[in-house]
Every structure is written in structure tokens, then in C-alpha cells.
Design a protein around this ligand. Structure first.
Ligand code: GUN
Length: 290
């Protein structure tokens, strides 16, 4: 069994990006600049955004954290988005999700200039990704295909079962895995909450990508021997034995499933760190493309 080390791989990718930034500096070029918009003070979102900003410092990017109170109006937020679109020294930015209930998420994502949409959530980027044109691939699916590619996990002709149909992970990774590309050419099944007899489907899978958000949902009796398992879940569950009061659980019962797997991602240290590395990669692309 091989553990797909997302932490180590993301460190390697960050070093590659830092090298690129150093070359830019030597040539006297402006370094990439990423901004993150955070509305409210959700604990998990604060942690993720903090980590994104720290990673920018590490690779030599400029970064800006733009914070608003939970009660900012949709109109005011749209106005701030407009300002970011027109800021010539900003290469890319993200609006951290989820947003408060009174703000229409789709409306905000549609307002982001696709050229600065380094999350790849705008319909123009999603469409370009689906058609294999140059685009920003959403960071989590981008991280998954990088991990599969760098570890040379066989995917061509394999049956890949994706569990979860979110716009951010399940939907895009199901498209990417089916495409003619490295870490692609798979036969893909996209399963979700309405899927009947999921176990019969996961038992047929050569590759399972779990993006459901239910801790330890995938058990050993749901997979065949030598399966490859990618765990996108990162749920905080109360844990009295942890100083933070919670621990992070993936969608996979790791201890039992890993015994049957040929390749598997751990949680934490799997897909999570890859997501941040690929956001940085998209920001570097934004600096190079625009
Ligand atoms: N919330 C959870 N994942 C993401 C992500 O990849 N980007 C943004 N903007 N918000 C998120």
C-alpha cells in the first residue's frame, strides 16, 4: 500500500513555484499577487484563508486578506468585487465559501472577472475546463489529478467512482478523470445522495474519490482489493482528547480501508494541502496569462 503524501507533494510544488517567483524577481518582474475575501468569522474558513495567505508568503507572492463583517450587504460585496476586478496589480482573488445566507453565492461568483477567478468557479472557467481549453481548474480537483499523476497511479481505462456531486469537487473531478489527459482516460461513475445501491457500485471501483462530507462513510466492506482511494472529506468532529476540542475526519474509515488499498490519501495531509498548492499554481498562471 502506498500513501499518497499530499503534504510532501504540495511542499514540492510550492518549491517549484518559489523557484519561478525567484526567476521573476531576478528579471525585475512584478511577483504574483493573490487576494482572499473573507466574510464573517467562521472558524474553518478563517483557518483555510490563514493557511492560503501564509503559503503566499512562503512562495514569495504578495497577498491581501480582505475581511468583512457577517452583515455586509450583497450590494456592498458586489461593489467590492468590482473594485478587485479593476485592480491592475491584483492577478487573482478568491471569495471564501460558504457566504452568509443573505448573500446569493451564485451572484457573487458570476461577478468575479474570469481572468482573476483563480478558484475556477466562474461558469466561463468551468466551461473552458470541460472543453479542455486553457482555464483555472478548481484547486481541489486540480490537486487530486496532480497527486495521481505524480505518483503514476494507473487511471487509463480504470473505473473511477466519484461520490458527491458538488460544483467545487465532485462535478469537476468527474469531468477531469474522464478526459484524455495524464491522470485521466478513466471510465467515470458519478454517485450522489440519490444513488441506489451505492455499495454495489463502489465495490466495482478501481478508484474511489470520496467527496461527500460524512466522516468515515466508506468502510472496508464497500471496496475491492487493490483499490485506489482519494479522500476529500475534512469534517470537524468534537474530540475531548484534542487541545482544539475537535479533530479532522475524512470520508474514509482509513484504518480498515487502507488494509485493502493499493494507494490511499490520509486525512489530514492528503488532498487538503494539495488544494492550497494548486491555488498558488493558478495564481502563478494568472500572472503569466494576463
Ligand atoms: N470553501 C471550501 N473550499 C473552498 C475553495 O476551494 N475555495 C473557496 N473560495 N472557498 C472554499
Amino acid at each position: 500500500m502506498v500513501i499518497l503524501d499530499g503534504k510532501g507533494t504540495s511542499d514540492q510544488i510550492k518549491l517549484e513555484i518559489r523557484d519561478e517567483v525567484n526567476k521573476m524577481k531576478l528579471k525585475g518582474e512584478r511577483v504574483p499577487h493573490l487576494a482572499a475575501v473573507l466574510v464573517g468569522n467562521d472558524g474553518a474558513s478563517l483557518t483555510y484563508v490563514g493557511s492560503k495567505v501564509r503559503s503566499c508568503d512562503y512562495v514569495g507572492f504578495k497577498s491581501s486578506l480582505i475581511q468583512f463583517n457577517n452583515d455586509i450587504s450583497e450590494k456592498k460585496l458586489l461593489n467590492e468585487i468590482k473594485k478587485l476586478n479593476h485592480n491592475p496589480i491584483l492577478d487573482g482573488y478568491i471569495v471564501q465559501l460558504p457566504l452568509p445566507k443573505h448573500i446569493n453565492e451564485q451572484k457573487i461568483l458570476l461577478a468575479i472577472d474570469p481572468k482573476k477567478d483563480v478558484d475556477g468557479f466562474h461558469p466561463e472557467n468551468f466551461g473552458r475546463m470541460a472543453l479542455q481549453l486553457n482555464s483555472y481548474i478548481p484547486a481541489t480537483p486540480f490537486g487530486i489529478i496532480q497527486l495521481l499523476d505524480r505518483y503514476k497511479v494507473p487511471t487509463s481505462g480504470k473505473h473511477c467512482v466519484v461520490v458527491g456531486r458538488s460544483h467545487i469537487v465532485g462535478k469537476p473531478i468527474s469531468i477531469l478523470m474522464s478526459q484524455k489527459r495524464p491522470a485521466g482516460n478513466a471510465t467515470v461513475t458519478l454517485a450522489h445522495s440519490r444513488t441506489e445501491n451505492l455499495v454495489a457500485i463502489t465495490r466495482q471501483a478501481d478508484i474511489i474519490i470520496m467527496a461527500l462530507g460524512i466522516p468515515e462513510y466508506l468502510k472496508a466492506d464497500m471496496v475491492k482489493n487493490d483499490v485506489t482511494v482519494i479522500d476529500v472529506g475534512i469534517t470537524r468532529v468534537p474530540d475531548k482528547n484534542n487541545s482544539k476540542g475537535y479533530s479532522i475526519k475524512g470520508d474514509v474509515a482509513y484504518d480498515e480501508v487502507s488494509k485493502k488499498a493499493s494507494f490511499i490519501t490520509p486525512v489530514p495531509g492528503g488532498v487538503g494541502p494539495m488544494t492550497i498548492a494548486m491555488l498558488l499554481k493558478n495564481t502563478l498562471l494568472a500572472r503569466q496569462w494576463n
